[in-house]
Write a protein that binds this ligand. Sequence first.
Ligand SMILES: [Fe+2]
Ligand SMILES: [Fe+2]
Length: 247
Amino acid sequence: MSLYAIGDLHLHYQSVLRAPGQLHDRVWKKHEEKFRKNCAKAVTEEDTLVLVGDHSWGKNLSECETDLQYIRDLPGRKILTRGNHDMFWDAKKTGQLNEMFNPGLTFLQDSYEAYRDYALVGTKGFTFEGPFFLDRRGRITGWDEEAEDHAKKLVERELQRLRKSFELAKADGYRRFIMFLHYPPTNILEERSGFTDMAEEYGADHVIYAHCHGEHRFNDSIRGEYRGRTYHLVSGDYLRWDPLKIL
Ligand SMILES: [Fe+2]
Ligand SMILES: [Fe+2]
């Protein structure tokens, strides 16, 4: 029984691919096939696979049906968290999605899922992504403060959702946690954030995130050991479509 994670599949069986770069970068070529094969090799029906957002380019549920069916057909128990491109998923209507796709897919929002003696908690998260202003040498000299203010509000809302997830698990007696985000836990300038603080407050052993795809973004946030937790970037292209074994 193992726990795997990956993110940013960006499937588009029924929708317009809104990132033409995906077509040109070799790592994305037939990525659905590569990922399906890698899952078949690694993941068994007893395993759990957490997909941390940006599942589909579809604008609504009907444009995502084949993409979600593809995920449903992968081996093991599948748990999904929201990404910024998941237009089919209104956070407030997560209950409806769970009814529609049960059994087969679990949509994690404002709740937790048990895995052995761990509680899997998660939310989309949020990160300020600029715009940053650069000098002639490419060093950051400032940023759009209005955008930063807006980002702070979104971060706060996501932190509340994440806390709810942790508290529900805690109330049910869980003391070990694995924390899933779609966005990286910090922005490119930060060493700490509300998300790293919350991971430490509850003692999450692992923090998993994606969203950073394309090689130039792999260094955007924390990877590896940091202040007692282990941080994992699991963007599909970073992992070359091989789901990462967390436990
Ligand atoms: Fe993405
Ligand atoms: Fe994303």
